[in-house]
Design a protein around this ligand. Sequence first.
Ligand SMILES: [Zn+2]
Ligand SMILES: [Zn+2]
Length: 336
Amino acid sequence: MRALALRYTDRTLSEVARPEPALAGRHDVLLRVLEIGVCGTDRGLIQGRFGRPPAGEEQLVLGHEALCEVLAVGSQVAAFKPGDLVAPMIRRACDPACRFCAVDRRDLCFTGAYTERGIIGAHGYFAELAVDKEQDLVPIPGELRDAAVLMEPLSVVEKAVRMALHAYPGTPERALVIGAGPIGILCALVLLSRGIDVIVHSLEPANSPRARWLVECGAAYCHADPPDADIAIEAAGAPHAGFLAVSKLRPAGVAVILGAGNASGDFPFHDLIAGNRTVLGVVNADRAAFQDAANDLHRIGVRRFTPLVERIEASRWRRSLLSDEPGTAPKWVHVW
Ligand SMILES: [Zn+2]
Ligand SMILES: [Zn+2]
């Protein structure tokens, strides 16, 4: 079968032929990969900023945002049948399982010895076929198909919003989202759907198509210095955006850092104390967050999400992963 793999010996990306996976265990599910989304994580892997191939191998098959169709199931699989649509969860438990992995909260893994498909020590889904355990798959109702490739990034957003709302002592009125990439846009849509006023702050000019679309969705867009907010989410992947999120918190506010890299600078401990403010780091997602993602695709409406996606053939990975030229939509999705 065809797959897109990153070779670690010389860090080159190429389409490779790999053996077709087959059902091995009674709880295995054989999948046809229908769509694969790519994101900054894939670019970070190519740049060598993180990630590694499976133990003993030189290549890592990329792809961690997948929509798949079930082709065949093992004898003990109860939840799925051929033809079902599924989204795989990405992280696999550490072994032996730590106290979080043991209760199916691998997103909180205590040891750091987990693997992540397409990212850390396990092949991903940028391939024609894949096999997973039943327990690692989330069912997708057919009516969500057109936006279901967004399940994985949306699950991370759902977990971030859930943690922010849990940490905020009351009902937040205004949220600030820093960054208007796919993650920032998903944050805005989810927060708006919770009845919270949303301001998105990004570098694009206010008359850019992306900014205009966000306003159409009900968010405010701010290119200049953004106002203070009860919840501030850094979704720009830049260190200064993390500091900006923290600096824009109202009293009792909660900042969520999703992508910022490390940086040195003045961290306002006194403001945190005096204002009862909270700063959270969030990564990965649990099953409940995937379920929330499916619920929100349904509740907010698939048509709200489809403008985020530009679909191109799998063979055109150079366009999505090696070119800096933007597409017509915020997110590239490959189809076989
Ligand atoms: Zn991603
Ligand atoms: Zn663990």
